[in-house]
Design a protein around this ligand. Structure first.
Ligand code: SF4
Length: 361
């Protein structure tokens, strides 16, 4: 997005190897940029005063010229099942959501990559209003920093990161790449690439570029349908990318990285939950190394779909497994706070809602 009037640059927007720009500040010494980077990404401080090993004069010059962060944690809601939804207000008043999902020993953070989403899946709350704008790399990084701090306060470290919240990550490729480099790099947040999953609707040319992040990031592709006609109906913003091209790109990613692909499939009652759909999906995936993750759809008001019966989902699992396709079923968490898959960006769609809520307090 273009800079707002009078706006200063923000440290979280810097590429992990871009901190040397701080050498231009008055009083800067050779080792200061690396020190600032450590405070911002490894330690997650929110203001310059907390960077106590830097001389006061340099800190003053830094505070004068740069913001440390720009995103404000407006609300953290806890679900009965332990899921926590974070509502973050951005500098232009827009809001985004991230979700912390505990499961056994794992604590997974799901982050957004855009405000809204242009892919407009027919069953998804995030896509209802279309895409408003891309997030900056700093806004993606700050979701991680906020959630990591909250998790640490609660005595549970983050173990996994998924780019599966609002937005299509590969439609915001440059900022996603800069953000992930900052999170993965040993001099950044040092979060293991093998614990990160990028989830996409399937854009072959961009999947081919994912390796720019190294060969360890996991790839999840949302299929939602076993054929073009149904997929086109369920994902109208897809620009008619042939399913075979998507699966070919998945195969190339596996061959180059050795990372097994996860195929996500939102299951909608009476739409794509039949045994015939499962049979067709199994045929389609023949020869592609990966597993299917079935996601029984979560209710979203105003959308004309229903949650599938457990029996239908079980029949799909049996059908796929019988044809050699490893299949899991995602147990949705956080349904009581609209934090489950497909439900984000419903309760507080804009910054106005945050301000209204604050005003009521
Ligand atoms: S499911 Fe994902 S890709 Fe589809 S509209 Fe929602 S956020 Fe976008």
């Amino acid at each position: 997005m273009t800079a707002l009037p009078g706006e200063r640059p923000c440290l979280t927007d810097l590429a992990v190897d871009g901190y040397d720009v701080l050498l231009d500040l008055e009083g800067a010494r050779r080792f200061h940029p690396a020190s600032v980077r450590r405070w911002v990404l490894a330690r997650g401080v929110r203001d310059v005063d907390a960077m106590t090993d830097l001389p006061k004069a340099f800190r003053a010059a830094l505070a004068d010229a740069w913001d440390v962060r720009r995103t404000r944690l407006a609300l953290a809601s806890d679900s009965d099942d332990g899921t926590t939804k974070l509502l973050l207000e951005l500098r232009d008043g827009q809001t985004i959501e991230s979700v912390l999902i505990p499961e056994g020993d794992r604590l997974t953070l799901c982050v957004s990559t855009q405000v809204g989403c242009g892919v407009r899946c027919a069953f998804c709350a995030s896509g209802l209003l279309g895409v408003v704008r891309d997030l900056t790399s700093g806004e993606i990084v700050e979701q991680f920093l906020e959630a990591r701090a909250l998790a640490a306060e609660r005595g549970r470290p983050l173990t996994n990161l998924v780019l599966m919240g609002g937005g299509e990550p590969l439609n915001n490729f440059a900022h996603v790449r800069t953000a992930l480099e900052a999170l993965i790099h040993a001099d950044g947040a040092a979060f293991g690439a093998r614990r990160i999953t990028v989830s996409t609707i399937g854009i072959p040319k961009k999947i081919d570029r994912l390796e720019e992040l190294g060969k360890q990031v996991n790839l999840a592709i949302s299929l939602h349908a076993p054929n073009e006609a149904l997929r086109g109906r369920l994902i109208p913003g897809l620009d008619r990318v042939p399913l075979d091209d998507v699966l070919a790109a998945a195969g190339r990613y596996f061959r180059r990285t050795g990372r097994e692909i996860t195929f996500e499939y939102a299951v909608l009652k009476g739409v794509n939950d039949s045994v015939e759909c499962a049979e067709e999906l199994a045929r389609r995936l023949k020869g592609v190394r990966g597993k299917v993750n079935l996601i029984p759809w979560n209710p979203v008001a105003d959308l004309p779909f229903d949650r599938p019966d457990d029996a239908a989902v079980d029949a799909m699992v049996r059908t796929l497994e019988a044809r050699g396709v490893r299949t899991t079923v995602r147990r949705s968490r956080g349904r009581d706070i609209d934090a489950a898959c497909g439900q984000l960006r419903r309760r507080f769609p804009t910054g106005d809602a945050v301000r209204e809520r604050d005003a009521r307090r």
